[in-house]
Each structure stands twice: as structure tokens, then as C-alpha cells.
Design a protein around this ligand. Structure first.
Ligand code: G
Ligand code: G
Ligand code: MN
Ligand code: NA
Length: 249
């Protein structure tokens, strides 16, 4: 039933929308960009999490359509909001389409969106499929100016080899690491090492899931320049996001 309803939602464009979570500079005040997180107001079940329906879309061959919806909506939003960039999450399965890069670029051109204003987040697990196809698609997108972020870093399978052969603009340290920071433990050392690794590969670093002021302080001290988490803001509606931008001015 979820599958049928999702098909209808995608065809009619009703019920699906993008929540926006701001990303902040180390001062915790300046909004540097945002991440789009899909939401579904289901006619009977109410608000559904993507953790429920993304896997259904992936299993039922609907992920390409869903990805198209997300990208088009992201283009519309980034033009409307006064933000530098908006990041969208792509499923590994979307990269099975060899024409993905040209379709993405055509979409941006249609909306008149500069490629540097859209970032694409992929998880490490995306890298374990057809690595050659994946990295050529990513190279094509990067050459056009779209920035690529490696999401949930540390939870998957990325090796130094992947990082070396496939250039990412940014890594997002998974929140499971951030939540274990305590000022002196082994997780602190790991996060520090990841920041140094990122430096060596000229990648930016985002800390995800920052929930406490002490995590914030420690990350800022380590030199982390981009922070995301409930401490600063949860994902919000577009109107709420506009209010956040006004507050920041
Ligand atoms: O907001 P949160 O509960 O919102 O997201 C849960 C999971 O769903 C995260 O792993 C997130 O990356 C994923 N997700 C959110 N939006 C999208 C989307 O538009 N496309 C894909 N493929 N995954 C998404
Ligand atoms: O996998 P990805 O990083 O794309 O997923 C983003 C998910 O993380 C979303 O579900 C979002 O709601 C959630 N999220 C964002 N900030 C925080 C936070 O500070 N704490 C927790 N627990 N979840 C967060
Ligand atoms: Mn993400
Ligand atoms: Na994550």
C-alpha cells in the first residue's frame, strides 16, 4: 500500500516536501548552507520519515523518480532562499543510471541554478557497488561545479583508497562519533585524526548531530568549520527557515 501511495504522491506531487536543516559556521550563528531532508504527509498515516519510505522507493524502482522530485524541489527552493547552497541526499541506486550526471546538470540549467549552489551527499555504502561508474559520474558532476559530500562518514566502508581515487569536496562525520566526544576519549582522537585526514585530501569537514555546547566547543577547538545538529536547529519547514535567516541578519 505504501508503494502504491508513494507512486501516486510522486505522480501528483502531493504530500511530499523538503524539510531544511541549516548548517552553521563555527560561531553557531552564521548559516552557511542547508541540507534538504524529504518528508511525506501521508493521507492516512500522517507524517512519514524517509527512513520508512526511502527503502520502499529503492526496492520498488521508484528511487529515480523520487530523486528527480527532490532535485527539482531543491532547485526551486535554492532560487527562492538567500542561501549559498543546498545539499541533497542521493541514493546509491540513483547512480545506476549512467546518464545521471547529464540529467542533473540539465535540471539545474532548466531552473537557472549555478552548480555551486547544489551539493550532493552520498553515503560510503554507495561506493561499494560499481566503483568505476560511480566515480566517473561524480567526476562529471564535480567538473561542472557541483560539490560532493561523503555522508555518515565512519559508519560504512570507505578506505583510504576510495578517498584517494575518488575526490570528495567534503566529509560529514557521522553523529555516532560526535555523540561520543567527551574531551579526552578515543573517539576524540578519532575525530581529530579524521579532520587531519580531510586536510590532507583538501576536503572540508562537517560535524553532524551536534547536540551539546561541549561538543560544539570541542569541535570548534579542533578546527571544524561547519556544524549541523539539534543544538543549533532541527530540520524545519521552508517558512521556518526563512525566519531563521531573518533572525541571523
Ligand atoms: O531526516 P531524517 O529522519 O530526516 O532522515 C532519515 C534518513 O533519510 C537519512 O539517512 C537521510 O539521509 C535520508 N534522506 C532524507 N532525505 C532524503 C532524500 O531526499 N533522498 C534520499 N535518498 N535519502 C534521504
Ligand atoms: O543520514 P543523514 O545524515 O543524511 O541524515 C540526517 C538525519 O539526521 C536526519 O534524520 C536528521 O533529522 C537527523 N539529525 C540532524 N541533526 C541531528 C542531531 O543533532 N541529532 C540527531 N539525533 N539527529 C539529527
Ligand atoms: Mn545527509
Ligand atoms: Na549522517
Amino acid at each position: 500500500a505504501i508503494e502504491r501511495d508513494l507512486k501516486i504522491a510522486l505522480e501528483t506531487g502531493t504530500g511530499l516536501w523538503l524539510a531544511l536543516q541549516p548548517l552553521f559556521a563555527e560561531n553557531g550563528k552564521t548559516i552557511v548552507g542547508a541540507e534538504a531532508l524529504i518528508r511525506w504527509n501521508h493521507p492516512e498515516h500522517g507524517l512519514l520519515s524517509p527512513a520508512i519510505f526511502i527503502p520502499v522507493a529503492e526496492e520498488r524502482g521508484l528511487i529515480a523518480e523520487l530523486g528527480t522530485f527532490v532535485l527539482r524541489e531543491a532547485c526551486r527552493i535554492v532560487k527562492e532562499l538567500d542561501i549559498a547552497w543546498l545539499a541533497v541526499n542521493f541514493s546509491a541506486l540513483q547512480f545506476r543510471d549512467r546518464a545521471l550526471a547529464s540529467k542533473v546538470l540539465a535540471c539545474l540549467a532548466e531552473f537557472g541554478v549555478t552548480p555551486s549552489r547544489i551539493q550532493i551527499e552520498i553515503t560510503e555504502t554507495a561506493l561499494i557497488g560499481d566503483f568505476e561508474a560511480m566515480s566517473s559520474t561524480l567526476a562529471e558532476l564535480r567538473e561542472a561545479g557541483i560539490r560532493i559530500a561523503l555522508d555518515d562518514f565512519g559508519t560504512g566502508y570507505s578506505s583510504l583508497g576510495y578517498l584517494h581515487r575518488c575526490h570528495f569536496d567534503k566529509i560529514k562525520i557521522d553523529r555516532s562519533f560526535i555523540s561520543q566526544l567527551n574531551g579526552s576519549g578515543s573517539t576524540d582522537a578519532v575525530v581529530k585524526a579524521v579532520m587531519e585526514l580531510a586536510n590532507a585530501f583538501s576536503m572540508k569537514v562537517t560535524a553532524e548531530g551536534v547536540e551539546t555546547p561541549s561538543q560544539w566547543r570541542e569541535l570548534a577547538a579542533m578546527g571544524c568549520r561547519e556544524l549541523q545538529g539539534f543544538l543549533f536547529s532541527k530540520p524545519v519547514t521552508q517558512d521556518e527557515f526563512k525566519a531563521l535567516l531573518r533572525k541571523g541578519d
